[in-house]
Design a protein. Structure first.
Length: 193
């Protein structure tokens, strides 16, 4: 079945989110106007406003979808491991897998955050996703027996962020592998403490 045929089966909301996801990720949330999203989605302008109310709400919905997709990718990697240490490192395995996918353009949240104006309501979605990642690392560090799980989580988030930037800016999917190796060293030191 062709992509056009599949798209016709999707609701206006789903088509708008799909189009926004492609365009916002490829070109940026501020660069892409709603007319391009509407055209790509094949819906009327009224559909966007009836469904989302504004471009900011469409951006928030796009980022929530990105967050849910990242959660699912990470959880799939965590489910492969029983060992707490391996589960921490699985987060970096998930990043590597994502960086290898065709069309990878970096972290959607870093990209969107860089474009946000002060006081934007969109920031709350980026903050929530970042809080989830920090909380996940803290939980996994606790399960692994880290002496100071919060401190280790903060370090792991820094590694994750650095690898995400390197993967995008340097087109280097191996950045996640190097970050994973450093995470293993930090984790081992935190457990031994």
């Amino acid at each position: 079945m062709s992509k056009a045929a599949v798209s016709e089966r999707l609701s206006a909301r789903e088509r708008l989110l799909e189009a926004a996801g492609e365009l916002f990720y490829e070109e940026g949330v501020n660069t892409v106007g709603i007319d391009r999203v509407i055209e790509r989605a094949g819906v009327a302008k009224a559909s966007l406003y009836n469904t989302f109310g504004s471009k900011d709400e469409l951006i928030r919905a796009y980022l929530r979808a990105q967050h849910e997709a990242r959660q699912a990718r990470v959880q799939a990697h965590l489910a492969k491991h029983q060992d707490a240490r391996a589960r921490v490192l699985g987060v970096f395995d998930s990043m590597r897998e994502n960086a290898l996918r065709p069309g990878f353009r970096g972290c959607a949240f870093l990209r969107a955050s860089a474009e946000l104006k002060a006081g934007s309501a969109v920031k709350s979605v980026c903050d929530a996703s970042r809080g989830w990642l920090r909380g996940l690392f803290a939980q996994l560090a606790t399960e692994a027996g880290a002496a100071d799980a919060d401190a280790l989580a903060a370090q792991l988030v820094l590694l994750y962020d650095g690898a995400a930037v390197a993967a995008q800016m340097d087109a280097d999917a191996t950045a996640a592998e190097r970050a994973r190796a450093l995470a293993a060293q930090l984790l081992d030191a935190a457990i031994a403490a």
